[in-house]
Design a protein around this ligand. Structure first.
Ligand code: ADP
Ligand code: MG
Length: 290
């Protein structure tokens, strides 16, 4: 590309809130065949709220205090939702004694209970809980995202969390389909929630319960084995490996720093909505070059 064309493209992009880190990618952008998309924060608003909580044999307030304290330093949107719920319930949080993020799974922490006794807390997906050999309780069948909170090896709460679809998502999906781009959801969330969202949006393919490195593996498979030009859009730490693996990695400006640093493009406004603009921009620029 000529320097002038690049300058024009970069300027136009900036006006639309698109930051191009790698201008050389404009040409590939124009040829994206399959777009992988994260769910939380990309298709959905990323502002999940706790809808209901199922408790077991520990007092509710004690459970919320331990869970909220364990999530205190987590940046995950689901953790924020749980924290807001704790605030609404008027719980006072503790400083966790220990805190560890399990990417794409949840958090592990040690927190002192109201008696000053240290408790082992594990919070996250059903998959994470099972992997730690903790029994999963029966849950209400629901399309909400379920987060399990285990205390000393037993699940003491299930949080049912709802994250509404972004207003502009359905029309953007339609627009991308018209451009001949196949869309596939890649999410760490459970299959029920993934299927519900996919059906609502008319998306045929989804991969659920996938860990960050599995997201990357799937992207790689399509790029290398199926020889497709692959785009990936996401916002989280859990998306970074897949963003790096794709021909074009697209991060959301509202996302985590690591996603932004790994991506070729960052969309400063709107969710998926920036992608059609981005592709149109690449077509325009290529025309200018030729
Ligand atoms: P997504 O791909 O939808 O953005 P993630 O890979 O970030 O989801 O997380 C996958 C799953 O791990 C979530 O659906 C949730 O069940 C669990 N999880 C991850 N981090 C947390 C956390 N801090 N608190 C509770 N659950 C979490
Ligand atoms: Mg996400």
């Amino acid at each position: 590309a000529t320097p002038t064309a690049i300058m024009v493209a970069t300027g136009r992009a900036a006006r639309e809130g698109i930051l191009l880190r790698n201008v050389e990618k404009l040409e590939e952008l124009n040829r994206i065949e399959i777009l992988f998309t994260d769910k939380t924060g990309t298709l959905t608003q990323g502002k999940p709220e706790v809808n209901r909580v199922q408790y077991f044999d520990m007092p509710e307030k004690e459970v919320l205090r331990l869970v909220g304290s364990a999530e205190k330093y987590s940046e995950h949107p689901l953790a924020r939702a749980i924290l807001r719920h704790c605030m609404r319930e008027g719980v006072n949080l503790e400083e966790p004694v220990q805190f560890q993020v399990i990417a794409g799974g949840g958090v592990r922490a040690k927190v002192r209970d109201s008696q000053g006794i240290e408790r082992d807390i594990l919070i996250g997906s059903g998959k994470l809980i099972e992997k730690n050999k903790i029994n999963l309780p029966e849950i209400f069948s629901d399309i909400a995202t379920t987060v399990y909170a285990s205390i000393d090896g037993k699940v003491q709460a299930v949080f049912y969390i709802i994250d509404p679809i972004r207003q502009e998502t359905p029309e953007t999906i339609e627009e991308l389909k018209k451009m001949g781009i196949e869309i596939t959801i890649l999410t760490g969330d459970n299959p029920l929630t993934a299927r519900a969202i996919a059906e609502k949006l008319g998306i045929k393919q989804y991969f659920a319960g996938v860990l960050p490195n599995e997201k990357a593996k799937i992207v790689r498979k399509y790029r290398v084995e199926e020889r497709k030009i692959v785009g990936m859009i996401g916002d989280g730490i859990n998306d970074a490996p897949a963003l790096a693996e794709a021909n074009i990695g697209i991060a959301m400006g509202s996302g985590t720093d690591i996603a932004i640093h790994t991506a070729d493009v960052t969309l400063m406004k709107g969710g998926l909505k920036g992608v059609p603009s981005l592709i149109k921009l690449s077509k325009l620029t290529l025309k200018t070059i030729k």
